[in-house]
Design a binder for this molecule. Sequence first.
Ligand code: UD1
Ligand code: CA
Length: 466
Amino acid sequence: MVAKNRSVLILAAGKGTRMKSSLPKPLHAVCGFPILAHILRAAQELNPAAIGVVIGHGAEQVKQTVLDNLSAWGITAPVEFYEQTELAGSGSAVKAALPFLQKQESVLVLAGDTPLLKADTLAQMYAQFEAQQAGTLVLAVKVPNPAGYGRIVRDGQNNFEKIVEEADADETTKQIDEINSGMYVFNSASLVKALGQLTPQGPKHEYYLTDTLSFIKQTGLPAVVFTSKDFEQALGVNSRVQLAQAAQIMRARINEFHMDNGVTLINPQDTYIDAGVEIGADTVIASGCYLLGNTKIGPNCTLESSVYVNNSTIANDVTLKLGTYIEESEVAETCQLGPYAHLRPKSVLKKGAKVGNFSEIKKAVIGEGSKVNHLSYIGDTQMGAEVNVGAGTITCNYDGKNKHTTVIEDHVFVGSNVNFVAPVTVHEYAKIGAGSTITKEVSAQGLAIARSRQVVLENKGVKKND
Ligand code: UD1
Ligand code: CA
Protein backbone atom coordinates (compact mmCIF):
# COMPACT_ATOMS: atom_id res chain seq x y z
CA MET A 1 0.00 0.00 0.00
CA VAL A 2 1.36 3.43 -0.88
CA ALA A 3 1.38 5.91 1.97
CA LYS A 4 -0.03 8.91 0.16
CA ASN A 5 1.18 11.55 2.56
CA ARG A 6 4.69 10.15 3.00
CA SER A 7 7.66 10.95 0.81
CA VAL A 8 11.43 10.66 1.04
CA LEU A 9 14.15 13.02 -0.15
CA ILE A 10 17.75 11.77 -0.33
CA LEU A 11 20.63 14.27 -0.49
CA ALA A 12 23.33 12.78 -2.69
CA ALA A 13 24.89 15.76 -4.42
CA GLY A 14 27.86 16.43 -2.13
CA LYS A 15 31.45 16.21 -3.34
CA GLY A 16 32.50 13.61 -0.79
CA THR A 17 35.90 15.30 -0.74
CA ARG A 18 37.19 13.24 2.16
CA MET A 19 36.73 9.99 0.18
CA LYS A 20 39.48 11.13 -2.22
CA SER A 21 37.76 9.22 -5.01
CA SER A 22 36.74 9.71 -8.61
CA LEU A 23 33.66 7.58 -7.84
CA PRO A 24 30.81 9.66 -6.37
CA LYS A 25 30.41 8.83 -2.67
CA PRO A 26 26.85 7.46 -2.91
CA LEU A 27 28.11 4.82 -5.37
CA HIS A 28 30.77 3.36 -3.09
CA ALA A 29 29.76 -0.20 -2.23
CA VAL A 30 28.99 -1.54 1.22
CA CYS A 31 28.38 -5.32 1.23
CA GLY A 32 27.56 -5.48 -2.46
CA PHE A 33 25.22 -2.51 -2.84
CA PRO A 34 26.13 1.14 -3.37
CA ILE A 35 25.54 3.25 -0.26
CA LEU A 36 22.68 4.97 -2.09
CA ALA A 37 21.02 1.60 -2.79
CA HIS A 38 20.90 0.81 0.93
CA ILE A 39 19.23 4.17 1.53
CA LEU A 40 16.75 3.72 -1.31
CA ARG A 41 15.87 0.22 -0.08
CA ALA A 42 15.18 1.47 3.43
CA ALA A 43 13.14 4.37 2.00
CA GLN A 44 11.14 1.97 -0.17
CA GLU A 45 10.04 0.03 2.91
CA LEU A 46 7.95 3.05 3.97
CA ASN A 47 5.97 2.70 0.72
CA PRO A 48 6.33 6.41 0.04
CA ALA A 49 4.31 8.21 -2.62
CA ALA A 50 7.59 9.37 -4.18
CA ILE A 51 11.34 9.36 -3.58
CA GLY A 52 13.35 12.42 -4.60
CA VAL A 53 17.12 12.20 -5.08
CA VAL A 54 19.24 15.37 -5.13
CA ILE A 55 22.22 14.86 -7.42
CA GLY A 56 25.14 17.15 -8.19
CA HIS A 57 28.67 15.79 -8.02
CA GLY A 58 28.78 12.99 -10.62
CA ALA A 59 25.08 13.64 -11.31
CA GLU A 60 24.79 11.64 -14.53
CA GLN A 61 26.63 8.63 -13.15
CA VAL A 62 24.56 8.58 -9.97
CA LYS A 63 21.30 8.98 -11.86
CA GLN A 64 22.12 6.32 -14.44
CA THR A 65 23.21 3.81 -11.81
CA VAL A 66 19.94 4.31 -9.93
CA LEU A 67 17.82 4.05 -13.08
CA ASP A 68 19.66 0.92 -14.23
CA ASN A 69 19.17 -0.85 -10.91
CA LEU A 70 15.70 0.12 -9.70
CA SER A 71 14.29 -3.36 -10.15
CA ALA A 72 17.44 -5.11 -8.89
CA TRP A 73 17.15 -3.04 -5.70
CA GLY A 74 13.41 -3.59 -5.42
CA ILE A 75 12.48 0.08 -5.73
CA THR A 76 8.88 0.48 -6.91
CA ALA A 77 8.14 4.01 -5.68
CA PRO A 78 8.50 6.68 -8.37
CA VAL A 79 12.02 8.15 -8.20
CA GLU A 80 12.56 11.78 -9.23
CA PHE A 81 15.93 13.47 -9.65
CA TYR A 82 16.72 17.10 -8.82
CA GLU A 83 20.03 18.65 -9.75
CA GLN A 84 21.84 20.90 -7.30
CA THR A 85 24.02 23.10 -9.47
CA GLU A 86 25.85 24.98 -6.71
CA LEU A 87 27.14 22.66 -4.00
CA ALA A 88 26.64 25.05 -1.10
CA GLY A 89 25.62 22.67 1.70
CA SER A 90 22.77 20.39 2.78
CA GLY A 91 20.32 23.33 2.94
CA SER A 92 21.01 24.28 -0.65
CA ALA A 93 20.64 20.61 -1.61
CA VAL A 94 17.09 20.55 -0.23
CA LYS A 95 16.36 23.88 -1.93
CA ALA A 96 17.25 22.26 -5.25
CA ALA A 97 14.29 19.95 -4.67
CA LEU A 98 11.72 22.71 -4.00
CA PRO A 99 9.36 21.43 -6.73
CA PHE A 100 9.41 18.04 -4.98
CA LEU A 101 8.62 19.55 -1.56
CA GLN A 102 5.76 21.58 -3.02
CA LYS A 103 4.05 18.34 -4.10
CA GLN A 104 4.35 16.63 -0.71
CA GLU A 105 2.58 17.07 2.61
CA SER A 106 5.54 15.79 4.61
CA VAL A 107 9.00 14.52 3.78
CA LEU A 108 11.62 12.27 5.34
CA VAL A 109 15.01 13.77 4.48
CA LEU A 110 17.98 11.39 4.45
CA ALA A 111 21.65 11.91 3.70
CA GLY A 112 23.21 9.94 0.88
CA ASP A 113 25.97 8.60 3.10
CA THR A 114 24.34 6.65 5.95
CA PRO A 115 24.11 3.05 4.70
CA LEU A 116 23.37 1.54 8.13
CA LEU A 117 20.01 3.26 8.58
CA LYS A 118 17.15 0.95 9.50
CA ALA A 119 13.75 0.97 7.86
CA ASP A 120 11.92 0.27 11.12
CA THR A 121 13.55 3.31 12.76
CA LEU A 122 12.45 5.46 9.82
CA ALA A 123 8.90 4.14 10.18
CA GLN A 124 8.91 4.90 13.91
CA MET A 125 10.21 8.40 13.24
CA TYR A 126 7.49 9.05 10.71
CA ALA A 127 4.79 7.64 13.00
CA GLN A 128 5.88 9.85 15.89
CA PHE A 129 6.10 12.90 13.63
CA GLU A 130 2.51 12.26 12.55
CA ALA A 131 1.27 11.48 16.06
CA GLN A 132 2.70 14.74 17.42
CA GLN A 133 1.67 16.77 14.37
CA ALA A 134 5.21 18.09 14.46
CA GLY A 135 6.82 20.70 12.23
CA THR A 136 10.04 18.72 12.26
CA LEU A 137 11.60 15.65 13.89
CA VAL A 138 15.25 14.69 13.97
CA LEU A 139 16.78 11.31 14.70
CA ALA A 140 19.44 11.79 17.38
CA VAL A 141 21.80 9.21 18.85
CA LYS A 142 24.42 9.23 21.59
CA VAL A 143 27.78 8.18 20.24
CA PRO A 144 31.05 7.27 21.94
CA ASN A 145 32.90 9.74 19.71
CA PRO A 146 30.77 12.67 18.48
CA ALA A 147 33.61 14.36 16.56
CA GLY A 148 32.58 15.49 13.08
CA TYR A 149 28.82 15.39 13.69
CA GLY A 150 26.35 18.18 14.39
CA ARG A 151 25.48 18.33 18.11
CA ILE A 152 21.91 18.44 19.42
CA VAL A 153 21.62 21.41 21.79
CA ARG A 154 18.64 21.20 24.18
CA ASP A 155 17.00 24.02 26.13
CA GLY A 156 16.29 24.26 29.88
CA GLN A 157 13.23 21.99 29.52
CA ASN A 158 15.35 19.40 27.73
CA ASN A 159 13.55 20.20 24.48
CA PHE A 160 15.20 20.75 21.12
CA GLU A 161 16.87 24.11 20.73
CA LYS A 162 19.27 23.89 17.80
CA ILE A 163 21.88 21.86 16.00
CA VAL A 164 25.44 23.15 16.09
CA GLU A 165 27.91 21.88 13.51
CA GLU A 166 31.32 20.66 14.64
CA ALA A 167 33.03 23.52 12.80
CA ASP A 168 31.00 26.11 14.73
CA ALA A 169 30.96 24.42 18.15
CA ASP A 170 32.68 25.87 21.21
CA GLU A 171 34.41 23.57 23.70
CA THR A 172 31.26 23.08 25.83
CA THR A 173 29.13 22.21 22.80
CA LYS A 174 31.80 19.81 21.58
CA GLN A 175 31.33 17.85 24.84
CA ILE A 176 27.73 17.03 23.85
CA ASP A 177 27.60 13.39 22.79
CA GLU A 178 24.09 13.50 21.36
CA ILE A 179 24.45 13.97 17.62
CA ASN A 180 22.34 14.71 14.58
CA SER A 181 22.03 11.55 12.45
CA GLY A 182 21.20 13.60 9.35
CA MET A 183 17.73 11.95 9.18
CA TYR A 184 14.68 14.16 9.66
CA VAL A 185 10.96 14.36 8.98
CA PHE A 186 9.56 17.75 7.97
CA ASN A 187 6.21 19.31 7.34
CA SER A 188 6.89 20.31 3.74
CA ALA A 189 5.30 23.75 3.90
CA SER A 190 7.25 24.59 7.08
CA LEU A 191 10.46 23.35 5.49
CA VAL A 192 9.95 25.40 2.33
CA LYS A 193 9.41 28.52 4.45
CA ALA A 194 12.45 27.83 6.64
CA LEU A 195 14.69 27.23 3.62
CA GLY A 196 13.94 30.80 2.58
CA GLN A 197 15.36 32.05 5.88
CA LEU A 198 18.75 30.30 5.60
CA THR A 199 21.91 32.34 5.40
CA PRO A 200 25.44 31.05 4.74
CA GLN A 201 27.14 29.75 7.88
CA GLY A 202 30.45 28.40 9.10
CA PRO A 203 33.93 28.46 7.63
CA LYS A 204 32.68 27.21 4.24
CA HIS A 205 29.72 29.62 4.00
CA GLU A 206 27.27 26.78 3.58
CA TYR A 207 23.51 26.71 3.85
CA TYR A 208 22.90 24.30 6.73
CA LEU A 209 19.74 22.22 6.54
CA THR A 210 20.19 21.87 10.29
CA ASP A 211 19.29 25.54 10.79
CA THR A 212 15.79 24.98 9.42
CA LEU A 213 14.86 23.02 12.54
CA SER A 214 15.28 26.07 14.81
CA PHE A 215 13.34 28.25 12.34
CA ILE A 216 10.47 25.74 12.33
CA LYS A 217 10.52 25.58 16.14
CA GLN A 218 10.21 29.38 16.21
CA THR A 219 6.94 29.14 14.24
CA GLY A 220 5.44 27.33 17.25
CA LEU A 221 5.19 23.86 15.72
CA PRO A 222 6.79 21.03 17.72
CA ALA A 223 10.44 20.31 16.88
CA VAL A 224 10.90 16.77 18.17
CA VAL A 225 14.11 14.95 18.99
CA PHE A 226 13.60 11.24 18.31
CA THR A 227 16.35 9.41 20.17
CA SER A 228 17.60 5.96 19.40
CA LYS A 229 20.07 3.88 21.41
CA ASP A 230 21.26 2.15 18.25
CA PHE A 231 23.95 4.64 17.31
CA GLU A 232 25.53 2.51 14.59
CA GLN A 233 22.63 3.23 12.23
CA ALA A 234 23.65 6.90 12.13
CA LEU A 235 27.22 6.27 10.97
CA GLY A 236 27.92 8.66 8.11
CA VAL A 237 30.49 7.57 5.56
CA ASN A 238 32.78 10.53 4.93
CA SER A 239 36.09 8.71 4.55
CA ARG A 240 37.48 5.31 3.57
CA VAL A 241 37.95 4.49 7.25
CA GLN A 242 34.23 5.07 7.86
CA LEU A 243 33.44 3.09 4.70
CA ALA A 244 35.30 0.10 6.19
CA GLN A 245 33.57 0.61 9.57
CA ALA A 246 30.15 0.67 7.90
CA ALA A 247 30.96 -2.48 5.93
CA GLN A 248 32.13 -4.27 9.06
CA ILE A 249 28.95 -3.42 10.96
CA MET A 250 26.72 -4.37 8.03
CA ARG A 251 28.61 -7.61 7.52
CA ALA A 252 28.03 -8.55 11.16
CA ARG A 253 24.29 -7.81 10.74
CA ILE A 254 24.11 -9.93 7.56
CA ASN A 255 26.00 -12.81 9.16
CA GLU A 256 23.73 -12.75 12.22
CA PHE A 257 20.69 -12.80 9.95
CA HIS A 258 21.91 -15.98 8.23
CA MET A 259 22.92 -17.66 11.50
CA ASP A 260 19.43 -16.87 12.85
CA ASN A 261 18.07 -18.63 9.75
CA GLY A 262 20.01 -21.82 10.50
CA VAL A 263 23.26 -21.31 8.62
CA THR A 264 26.48 -22.28 10.42
CA LEU A 265 29.34 -19.83 10.01
CA ILE A 266 32.53 -21.32 11.41
CA ASN A 267 34.21 -17.93 11.72
CA PRO A 268 31.74 -15.07 11.15
CA GLN A 269 34.48 -12.45 11.56
CA ASP A 270 36.08 -13.78 8.40
CA THR A 271 33.01 -14.48 6.24
CA TYR A 272 31.93 -11.98 3.59
CA ILE A 273 28.30 -12.19 2.50
CA ASP A 274 26.72 -9.46 0.39
CA ALA A 275 23.37 -7.96 1.33
CA GLY A 276 21.47 -9.64 -1.54
CA VAL A 277 22.65 -13.23 -0.92
CA GLU A 278 20.27 -16.06 0.08
CA ILE A 279 21.43 -19.17 1.97
CA GLY A 280 19.45 -22.27 2.96
CA ALA A 281 19.37 -23.80 6.43
CA ASP A 282 22.02 -26.27 7.61
CA THR A 283 24.55 -25.01 5.14
CA VAL A 284 27.98 -24.84 6.79
CA ILE A 285 30.41 -22.14 5.71
CA ALA A 286 34.05 -22.22 6.73
CA SER A 287 36.39 -19.29 7.19
CA GLY A 288 37.42 -16.90 4.43
CA CYS A 289 34.45 -17.43 2.09
CA TYR A 290 33.04 -14.67 -0.15
CA LEU A 291 29.41 -14.93 -1.28
CA LEU A 292 28.71 -11.98 -3.50
CA GLY A 293 26.09 -10.26 -5.65
CA ASN A 294 22.79 -12.06 -6.11
CA THR A 295 24.19 -15.47 -5.18
CA LYS A 296 21.79 -18.10 -3.88
CA ILE A 297 23.03 -21.12 -1.91
CA GLY A 298 20.62 -23.94 -1.12
CA PRO A 299 20.23 -25.85 2.15
CA ASN A 300 22.65 -28.53 3.41
CA CYS A 301 25.65 -27.33 1.47
CA THR A 302 29.22 -27.44 2.71
CA LEU A 303 31.61 -24.65 1.81
CA GLU A 304 35.19 -25.27 2.82
CA SER A 305 37.61 -22.40 3.36
CA SER A 306 38.26 -19.63 0.86
CA VAL A 307 35.39 -20.38 -1.47
CA TYR A 308 34.35 -17.46 -3.72
CA VAL A 309 30.89 -17.38 -5.32
CA ASN A 310 29.71 -14.37 -7.31
CA ASN A 311 26.24 -13.97 -8.92
CA SER A 312 25.65 -17.71 -9.01
CA THR A 313 23.00 -20.21 -7.97
CA ILE A 314 24.03 -23.26 -5.96
CA ALA A 315 21.31 -25.83 -5.19
CA ASN A 316 21.06 -28.05 -2.09
CA ASP A 317 23.56 -30.62 -0.79
CA VAL A 318 26.45 -29.23 -2.80
CA THR A 319 30.03 -29.46 -1.56
CA LEU A 320 32.43 -26.68 -2.52
CA LYS A 321 35.88 -27.68 -1.42
CA LEU A 322 38.77 -25.40 -0.55
CA GLY A 323 39.52 -22.56 -2.93
CA THR A 324 36.64 -23.10 -5.36
CA TYR A 325 35.90 -19.99 -7.46
CA ILE A 326 32.49 -19.64 -9.15
CA GLU A 327 31.27 -16.74 -11.31
CA GLU A 328 27.84 -16.33 -12.93
CA SER A 329 27.12 -20.05 -13.02
CA GLU A 330 24.55 -22.61 -11.92
CA VAL A 331 25.28 -25.67 -9.85
CA ALA A 332 22.57 -28.30 -9.30
CA GLU A 333 22.00 -30.46 -6.24
CA THR A 334 24.65 -32.85 -4.87
CA CYS A 335 27.43 -31.55 -7.10
CA GLN A 336 30.97 -31.58 -5.75
CA LEU A 337 33.57 -29.03 -6.71
CA GLY A 338 37.19 -28.48 -5.86
CA PRO A 339 39.57 -28.25 -4.23
CA TYR A 340 40.52 -25.34 -6.49
CA ALA A 341 37.84 -25.69 -9.17
CA HIS A 342 37.02 -22.68 -11.33
CA LEU A 343 33.61 -22.12 -12.95
CA ARG A 344 33.76 -19.16 -15.31
CA PRO A 345 30.58 -17.39 -16.46
CA LYS A 346 27.68 -19.35 -17.99
CA SER A 347 28.72 -22.74 -16.69
CA VAL A 348 25.96 -25.15 -15.74
CA LEU A 349 26.56 -28.24 -13.64
CA LYS A 350 23.70 -30.74 -13.63
CA LYS A 351 22.78 -32.91 -10.66
CA GLY A 352 25.64 -34.80 -9.06
CA ALA A 353 28.33 -33.54 -11.44
CA LYS A 354 31.89 -33.31 -10.17
CA VAL A 355 34.54 -30.77 -11.12
CA GLY A 356 37.72 -31.39 -9.23
CA ASN A 357 41.26 -30.27 -8.61
CA PHE A 358 42.45 -27.42 -10.80
CA SER A 359 39.79 -27.88 -13.47
CA GLU A 360 38.39 -24.85 -15.30
CA ILE A 361 34.94 -24.78 -16.88
CA LYS A 362 33.70 -21.95 -19.12
CA LYS A 363 30.31 -21.55 -20.80
CA ALA A 364 29.75 -25.29 -20.67
CA VAL A 365 27.09 -27.72 -19.53
CA ILE A 366 28.41 -30.63 -17.49
CA GLY A 367 25.63 -33.24 -17.54
CA GLU A 368 24.14 -35.20 -14.68
CA GLY A 369 26.69 -37.33 -12.86
CA SER A 370 29.52 -36.39 -15.21
CA LYS A 371 33.04 -35.96 -13.84
CA VAL A 372 35.85 -33.58 -14.74
CA ASN A 373 38.03 -34.34 -11.81
CA HIS A 374 41.60 -33.39 -12.60
CA LEU A 375 43.49 -30.57 -14.32
CA SER A 376 41.15 -30.02 -17.27
CA TYR A 377 39.84 -27.12 -19.32
CA ILE A 378 36.29 -27.52 -20.66
CA GLY A 379 35.00 -24.47 -22.56
CA ASP A 380 32.07 -23.92 -24.96
CA THR A 381 31.01 -27.51 -24.40
CA GLN A 382 27.75 -29.42 -24.24
CA MET A 383 28.46 -32.49 -22.15
CA GLY A 384 25.79 -35.12 -21.55
CA ALA A 385 25.20 -37.33 -18.51
CA GLU A 386 27.58 -39.85 -16.94
CA VAL A 387 30.58 -38.73 -18.93
CA ASN A 388 33.98 -39.45 -17.42
CA VAL A 389 36.71 -37.03 -18.41
CA GLY A 390 40.27 -38.15 -17.72
CA ALA A 391 42.98 -35.97 -16.22
CA GLY A 392 44.43 -33.19 -18.31
CA THR A 393 41.70 -33.08 -20.96
CA ILE A 394 41.47 -29.86 -22.95
CA THR A 395 38.82 -28.49 -25.28
CA CYS A 396 40.61 -26.45 -27.94
CA ASN A 397 37.73 -24.05 -28.40
CA TYR A 398 39.51 -21.06 -29.92
CA ASP A 399 41.11 -20.88 -33.36
CA GLY A 400 42.53 -17.42 -32.82
CA LYS A 401 39.43 -15.75 -34.24
CA ASN A 402 36.32 -17.61 -33.16
CA LYS A 403 35.11 -19.86 -30.38
CA HIS A 404 33.76 -23.29 -31.36
CA THR A 405 31.62 -25.86 -29.58
CA THR A 406 32.51 -29.34 -28.42
CA VAL A 407 29.64 -31.80 -27.99
CA ILE A 408 30.20 -34.86 -25.82
CA GLU A 409 27.11 -37.05 -25.53
CA ASP A 410 25.98 -39.30 -22.66
CA HIS A 411 28.20 -42.06 -21.25
CA VAL A 412 31.29 -41.10 -23.21
CA PHE A 413 34.57 -42.21 -21.63
CA VAL A 414 37.46 -39.83 -22.25
CA GLY A 415 40.95 -41.10 -21.43
CA SER A 416 43.59 -38.87 -19.91
CA ASN A 417 45.29 -36.02 -21.72
CA VAL A 418 42.86 -35.75 -24.64
CA ASN A 419 42.46 -32.65 -26.84
CA PHE A 420 39.13 -31.94 -28.51
CA VAL A 421 39.69 -29.58 -31.44
CA ALA A 422 36.33 -27.81 -31.76
CA PRO A 423 33.95 -27.84 -33.53
CA VAL A 424 33.70 -31.55 -32.88
CA THR A 425 31.06 -34.04 -31.72
CA VAL A 426 31.53 -37.28 -29.81
CA HIS A 427 28.43 -39.47 -29.81
CA GLU A 428 27.11 -41.51 -26.90
CA TYR A 429 29.01 -44.43 -25.40
CA ALA A 430 32.11 -43.58 -27.42
CA LYS A 431 35.54 -44.08 -25.90
CA ILE A 432 38.54 -41.83 -26.51
CA GLY A 433 42.01 -43.29 -26.05
CA ALA A 434 44.40 -41.46 -23.73
CA GLY A 435 46.56 -38.82 -25.38
CA SER A 436 44.27 -38.48 -28.44
CA THR A 437 43.78 -35.25 -30.35
CA ILE A 438 40.23 -35.51 -31.64
CA THR A 439 39.52 -33.45 -34.75
CA LYS A 440 36.69 -35.49 -36.31
CA GLU A 441 33.29 -36.71 -35.24
CA VAL A 442 33.32 -39.95 -33.23
CA SER A 443 30.40 -42.33 -33.77
CA ALA A 444 28.26 -43.78 -30.99
CA GLN A 445 30.07 -46.59 -29.15
CA GLY A 446 33.14 -45.98 -31.34
CA LEU A 447 36.67 -46.13 -29.95
CA ALA A 448 38.78 -43.26 -31.21
CA ILE A 449 42.55 -43.35 -30.89
CA ALA A 450 44.34 -40.39 -32.41
CA ARG A 451 47.98 -40.51 -31.40
CA SER A 452 51.14 -41.69 -33.09
CA ARG A 453 52.10 -45.30 -32.61
CA GLN A 454 54.79 -46.06 -30.12
CA VAL A 455 58.26 -46.98 -31.39
CA VAL A 456 60.86 -48.75 -29.25
CA LEU A 457 64.47 -48.66 -30.45
CA GLU A 458 66.40 -51.49 -28.79
CA ASN A 459 69.47 -50.55 -26.72
CA LYS A 460 69.06 -46.82 -27.32
CA GLY A 461 67.96 -46.16 -23.75
CA VAL A 462 70.02 -45.07 -20.75
CA LYS A 463 73.46 -46.62 -20.62
CA LYS A 464 73.99 -48.73 -17.51
CA ASN A 465 77.04 -47.83 -15.39
CA ASP A 466 79.00 -51.04 -15.13
C1 UD1 B 1 25.71 16.53 8.18
C2 UD1 B 1 24.96 17.44 9.15
C3 UD1 B 1 25.42 17.07 10.57
C4 UD1 B 1 25.14 15.61 10.84
C5 UD1 B 1 25.78 14.71 9.77
C6 UD1 B 1 25.27 13.30 9.94
C7 UD1 B 1 24.56 19.51 7.96
C8 UD1 B 1 24.90 20.96 7.86
N1 UD1 B 1 25.25 18.79 8.86
O1 UD1 B 1 27.09 16.81 8.28
O2 UD1 B 1 24.72 17.86 11.51
O3 UD1 B 1 25.62 15.25 12.11
O4 UD1 B 1 25.41 15.15 8.45
O5 UD1 B 1 25.92 12.42 9.07
O6 UD1 B 1 23.67 19.04 7.26
N2 UD1 B 1 24.99 17.22 0.32
C9 UD1 B 1 24.45 17.68 -0.86
N3 UD1 B 1 24.82 18.88 -1.32
C10 UD1 B 1 25.69 19.69 -0.66
C11 UD1 B 1 26.24 19.22 0.55
C12 UD1 B 1 25.87 18.00 1.01
O7 UD1 B 1 23.66 16.96 -1.49
O8 UD1 B 1 25.96 20.79 -1.15
C13 UD1 B 1 24.61 15.90 0.80
C14 UD1 B 1 25.80 14.99 0.83
O9 UD1 B 1 25.89 14.27 -0.41
C15 UD1 B 1 25.52 14.08 2.00
C16 UD1 B 1 24.60 14.90 2.89
O10 UD1 B 1 24.15 15.98 2.12
O11 UD1 B 1 24.83 12.90 1.63
C17 UD1 B 1 25.32 15.40 4.12
O12 UD1 B 1 26.45 16.16 3.71
P1 UD1 B 1 27.86 15.99 4.41
O13 UD1 B 1 28.82 16.92 3.76
O14 UD1 B 1 28.24 14.57 4.50
O15 UD1 B 1 27.49 16.57 5.86
P2 UD1 B 1 28.22 16.30 7.22
O16 UD1 B 1 29.37 17.21 7.34
O17 UD1 B 1 28.45 14.87 7.39
CA1 CA C 1 28.20 13.08 6.16
